[in-house]
Design a protein around this ligand. Structure first.
Ligand code: AMP
Ligand code: ZN
Length: 469
């Protein structure tokens, strides 16, 4: 399988560090509002990539954080006159609802920055000790970019050029040595959340959280680090500088970045105000349509959001679901009627070509656009070759093939129940993990979440059993 690696600017064969396992980190959203459909793009495309890795048999440890301490969260908390944690807790819950509606599987773990402060203080201390960081007189700790020889390797920027261009614009009041030195720890301001540290009360910078959470949950060197292309510089460049200086090892082997979702050919962003929230879209469309729309383009291409493209995604999706339903209906009507004929065997074998085509597309840097085309070809094949006159085995097998490929794309062709099973099992696994980490609050929260959906858990000696109440 080939992945386009931002680090080397070319497609490379994917070789995991450990055979059969993938450690992957995807930068998650800052939670101060409902997520917009631009934020949904990395969630959907990297969830699809993860599903394909799992389809190939990899055991994927997929970690995606929530940034729950940040200027924007604090500002919103002040506006509402509540604690910052109330804002972040609210929007994490809302984000998880949107993710579920978009069929984005829960990550193996969703760490929160505010729960990892100890690890951040440790890493910052190590960086100071090694000369890669310094504390200024006001309690701010900065990263000394000039000390890290590889600075710029991901974004392909040359630090000397960057520095030269910025030498004159030193912001008054800042105590950094060089303009590109960035904040690892900042002193508290009145009314802001803060933590104790060797440099006084304060809070961490944004970049350090991902370095620390990635290391804690995936190890010092991971296979894949991903996010939107706006994160290449400075966020991911700074993560590399922090992590590699602290550990002396390579941080991530493959860097994947999604292109931007635009609107009227302009970048969709909260600051420009030209965005739709996922929730708004859900009032008009099933969010599977949004997912399908995103997957109809290559993840690295810019994608323009328009009503017309959403309508065409809706129609395409309907075509697929109609074919799947027809197969089910025909086969249900013929439950007792047996095995495939020789002719059907041949046809079924011929349909494998579409699965192969799907796989080749996904093997080529997760080309979901071509994978979707392969699914459409399979649908056309089904519409031409399957009818109520076929054997139930043939119908069932074609149905399974279609559902399997749709499952990789996160498109549900089945009645709701079957898809929900996988969500339930993911959540149970996450709860077990939380218990192992002694995060009982999270474990209870998951149990309650499931209970609200009528799922009852029972701890048995063999593990957790569940049933619908
Ligand atoms: P933020 O909450 O701004 O840190 O963004 C969370 C994730 O969404 C990051 O991976 C961003 O790169 C990504 N993102 C934000 N806006 C867009 C957009 N318009 N198109 C694609 N990805 C985006
Ligand atoms: Zn990050």
């Amino acid at each position: 399988m080939k992945i386009y690696n931002t680090l080397t600017r070319q497609k490379e064969e994917f070789v995991p560090i450990e055979e059969g396992k993938v450690r992957m980190y995807v930068c998650g959203p800052t939670v101060y509002n409902l997520i917009h459909i631009g934020n949904a793009r990395p969630m959907i495309v990297f969830d699809t990539f993860r599903r394909y890795l799992e389809y190939k048999g990899y055991d994927v440890n997929y970690v995606s954080n929530f940034t729950d301490v940040d200027d924007k969260i604090i500002k919103k908390a002040m506006e509402e006159g509540v604690d910052a944690s109330e804002i972040s807790t609210r929007y994490i819950a809302e984000c998880k609802k949107d993710m579920e509606s978009m069929q984005v599987l829960p990550a193996t773990r969703h760490p929160l920055a505010t729960e990892e402060i100890g690890g951040m203080i440790e890493m910052i201390s190590a960086l100071i000790e090694k000369g890669y960081a310094y504390a200024a007189a006001d309690g701010t700790v900065y990263y000394r970019t000039s000390r890290f020889a590889d600075y710029g390797k991901l974004s392909h920027k040359n630090l000397e050029d960057l520095q030269a261009g910025h030498r004159d614009i030193k912001v008054t009041g800042e105590l950094k040595e060089e303009p590109f030195d960035f904040v690892l720890w900042k002193p508290k301001k009145e009314g802001e959340p803060f933590w104790e540290s060797p440099w006084g009360q304060g809070r961490p910078g944004w970049h350090i959280e991902c370095s620390v959470m990635s290391k804690k949950y995936l190890g010092e060197t991971i296979d894949i680090h991903a996010g939107g292309e706006d994160l290449i510089f400075p966020h991911h460049e700074n993560e590399i500088a922090q992590s590699e200086a602290a550990s002396g090892r390579e941080f991530a082997r493959y860097w994947m970045h999604n292109g931007f979702l635009n609107i009227d050919n302009q970048k969709m962003s909260k600051s420009l105000g030209n965005f739709f929230t996922v929730r708004e879209i859900s009032e008009k469309y099933d969010l599977q349509v949004l997912r399908f729309f995103m997957l109809s383009a290559h993840y690295r291409s810019p994608l323009n959001f328009s009503a017309q493209l959403m309508e065409s995604a809706k129609n395409g999706l309907e075509r697929i679901i109609t074919a799947a339903e027809a197969l089910k209906r025909f086969s249900d009507a013929r439950k007792a009627a047996g095995e495939m004929t020789d002719e059907e065997q041949k046809l079924y074998q011929a349909s494998e070509a579409y699965q192969k085509k799907f796989e080749s597309a996904m093997e080529d840097d997760c080309n979901t656009a071509d994978a979707v085309s392969a699914v459409f070809e399979l649908v056309k094949f089904i519409n031409t070759n399957a009818s109520a006159d076929n054997s139930s085995q043939f119908l069932q097998k074609l149905h399974d093939r279609l559902a399997l490929l749709c499952g990789v794309l996160g498109i549900v062709t089945e009645k709701e129940e079957e898809m929900l099973d996988s969500f339930i099992e993911q959540l149970i696994q996450e709860r077990q993990e939380a218990r192992k980490q002694k995060d009982f609050a999270r474990a209870d929260q998951i149990r309650d979440e499931l209970a609200a959906k009528g799922i009852v858990l029972k701890d048995t000696r063999e593990g957790v059993a569940w049933k619908r109440a």
